[in-house]
Each structure stands twice: as structure tokens, then as C-alpha cells.
Ligand binder design. Structure first.
Ligand SMILES: C[S@@+](CC[C@H](N)C(=O)[O-])C[C@H]1O[C@@H](n2cnc3c(N)ncnc32)[C@H](O)[C@@H]1O
Length: 179
């Protein structure tokens, strides 16, 4: 992962407040960076990685309660409008169904809630986008379903999200989205 990404990751979550849901928490890579959240709920579809995230949560000393559950973003095990904030870092390249995952995020996020993402997305340059599409069938087999050509920004806007891209470096974007 590029070096700049570590700073994006930390700055993504350190100032988030309220009830937070992190989807695809993986091995808990972001958990140590939270500072101000009231409570963190996290989902991860792979049970082993979810256990890693729980171990990280037990070891960090920020004092914020963290609850990890095994579930995919497409079927979030939470009540409607439960969260102030949803976080996704490097997950929307791998979800099985971006529309279903977003529909679930829309359901669990309260009105005026915010979705924060750091993701890699389909390259802007057409030739690179074509290359990404050509490579993706092979890449996703060795990289846990990671797609190099996901049009995440346009999927968000087509679903009615207002998207502010706060940083962009190559195919990596950091964004804030509201509805
Ligand atoms: C590249 S890792 C990123 C992990 C962590 N979020 C980070 O920032 O390092 C991608 C994660 O997305 C998870 N993932 C894959 N498909 C998913 C889905 N349908 N719903 C939620 N998470 C998913 C994977 O299990 C993996 O933990």
C-alpha cells in the first residue's frame, strides 16, 4: 500500500464523532486511529479477519467501545438510521455488489449522516481504464475479489449521493458523501 495511504487512513477516522460503522474492517487496520467516536461498530465478512480486528480492538487504548460482527456490507445486521457515520477504506473495490452495499448504507445511516471513503477507483484516463478492466479478471483471483475498474464515484452519484472528493492521487480517492 502506498505510504501516503497511511496518513489518509489516520486522518480519515481520527475526527469522526458519534456512532460509527466501519464496513470491511479487515484486520482492524483503522481501529487505532479513532480518537473521538462514541462507539464503533464494525463488520467484516471473513471470520478470521474479524477475529483479528477484535484482537486489535482489545489492544488499542483509545477507550472507545468496538463491536465487531461477521457480515457482508450487502446485509448489514443493524437497525435503520442507527449510525452517524459510515467508513469504508479499500472495501468498495471488493464488495460483491456495490449497489446493494450502498442501499444498506443508505438504510443504516441517519438523515444527514456522512459516508467517508478511501478507495481506489476506475482510472480517469480511458486507456488506463481499459487496461484496468482487462487485468481485473486475473487480479481479482489473486487479490481477494479486488477490482481495479470499479466506477465507485459514478455509482455513488447515480444513487443520489453528493460526493466531495477531498484528495485524489492517481486512482486513490478520499471522499465525503452525503444524501
Ligand atoms: C483491502 S481490505 C481493507 C481492509 C481495511 N478496511 C483496511 O483499510 O485496511 C478489503 C476488505 O474488504 C472486505 N470485504 C470484501 N468483500 C466485502 C463485502 N461484501 N462486505 C464487506 N467487506 C468486504 C475484505 O474481507 C477485506 O477485509
Amino acid at each position: 500500500m502506498p505510504n501516503f495511504f497511511s496518513s489518509w487512513r489516520g486522518r480519515l477516522v481520527e475526527n469522526l464523532t458519534g456512532t460509527v460503522l466501519e464496513i470491511g474492517v479487515g484486520g482492524g487496520e483503522n481501529l487505532r486511529y479513532y480518537r473521538r467516536a462514541q462507539v464503533i461498530h464494525a463488520i467484516e465478512p471473513h471470520a478470521e479477519r474479524a477475529r483479528e480486528a477484535e484482537s486489535v480492538a482489545a489492544a488499542v487504548d483509545h477507550g472507545i467501545p468496538v463491536y465487531v460482527r461477521v457480515a457482508p456490507a450487502e446485509e448489514l445486521p443493524y437497525a435503520d438510521a442507527m449510525f452517524d457515520v459510515v467508513v469504508s477504506s479499500l472495501v468498495f473495490c471488493s464488495v460483491t455488489d456495490q449497489d446493494r452495499a450502498l442501499a444498506e448504507i443508505e438504510r443504516v445511516l441517519r438523515p444527514q449522516g456522512v459516508l467517508w471513503m478511501v478507495e481506489h477507483v476506475r482510472p480517469k484516463t480511458p486507456i488506463l481504464a481499459q487496461l484496468a478492466t482487462a487485468v481485473t479478471p486475473h487480479w481479482r483471483k489473486i487479490a481477494h475479489n479486488c477490482h481495479l475498474d470499479r466506477p465507485t464515484l459514478s455509482v455513488l452519484t447515480q444513487r443520489g449521493w453528493r460526493v466531495d472528493v477531498l484528495r485524489r492521487r492517481g486512482v486513490f480517492v478520499k471522499l465525503r458523501a452525503t444524501r
